[in-house]
Ligand binder design. Structure first.
Ligand SMILES: Cc1ncc(C[n+]2csc(CCOP(=O)(O)OP(=O)(O)O)c2C)c(N)n1
Length: 244
């Protein structure tokens, strides 16, 4: 049966707010397969010496597709180097840009994340145009630039989510400039690895987010390892048990 003739089956549970058509599920599956192939190819390119460094998001595809369905224009991602599937799914990166960054392409059009200056999977959206003027940040989703030190994205994620609250609570910032916030409705989506949750800044950020009551979603991609160390070497239980 051709895809176009399939009935539009909603994949959902009784209480779920997210409804996916059969076409959505097939599109997600295609994206996951492409993303996995990109991971494997980039790894091979590093191993044979064609690229200087590669790091990718094998195994996190499905969780990131789920996160992508909740992400809206104006929202911010503040994550780490495993998020390529999410970035592809929300249209903030593509395969061509992924490989341009792998080969450290200095052309900012081909690698808009960093013009070859950052390592692979260090994503960023451009918030200024070519003349240095602010872009309309509400026109699409945004991604803060990747920080290589493990956990460093966490305090920044608090700042981004806190900004939304400030916009929501006070009319003053809204009158200064347009294109930054729609009445503070933007959510910040932070991501971090399980070993990264051992960093002090992770706990400080979690605490600050609770105290400030800000719109911050934290996803921990728990694959049981931090580099080659098993989780038991860095914490006493699964990452899920650490989250209040
Ligand atoms: C502050 C800091 N210490 C050490 C490193 C080296 N390092 C890079 S990735 C990594 C492991 C991170 O593991 P995890 O957070 O579980 O993420 P994963 O890569 O397994 O998804 C480490 C220790 C680093 N980048 N920054």
């Amino acid at each position: 049966m051709k895809t176009g003739t399939r009935p539009d089956i909603a994949v959902t549970t009784p209480n779920a707010k997210l409804r996916l058509s059969a076409q959505d599920v097939i599109a997600d599956y295609r994206l996951a397969v492409r993303s996995r192939a990109a991971s494997e190819l980039s790894r091979r390119e590093v191993l044979v010496g064609n690229a200087p460094f590669g790091i990718s998001g094998e195994g996190k595809e499905v969780a990131q597709l789920g996160m992508a369905h909740a992400f809206r224009a104006g929202d911010w991602r503040s994550g780490y180097y495993r998020d390529q599937t999410f970035m592809f799914a929300v249209g903030l990166a593509d395969l061509s840009q992924y490989f341009a960054q792998l080969y450290a392409d200095p052309d900012v059009v081909r690698d808009p994340n960093s013009a070859g200056r950052q390592m692979l999977s260090h994503f960023a959206t451009r918030i200024l145009d070519e003349r240095g003027r602010w872009k309309d940040l509400l026109a699409s989703g945004q991604s803060a630039s990747e920080l290589s030190p493990v956990g460093a994205q966490m305090p920044r994620s608090v700042g981004l989510a806190w900004a939304s609250k400030l916009y929501r609570d006070s009319p003053a910032p809204r009158t200064v400039a347009r294109g930054f916030s729609q009445n503070g409705e933007e959510v910040c989506f932070a991501t971090i690895g399980n070993a990264g949750t051992s960093e002090g800044v992770f706990w400080e950020s979690l605490n600050a987010a609770g105290v400030l009551q800000i719109p911050l979603v934290i996803s921990v991609w728990d694959d049981g390892y931090g580099c080659s160390k098993g989780s038991g070497a860095t914490r006493t239980g699964p990452a899920s048990s650490c989250t209040p």
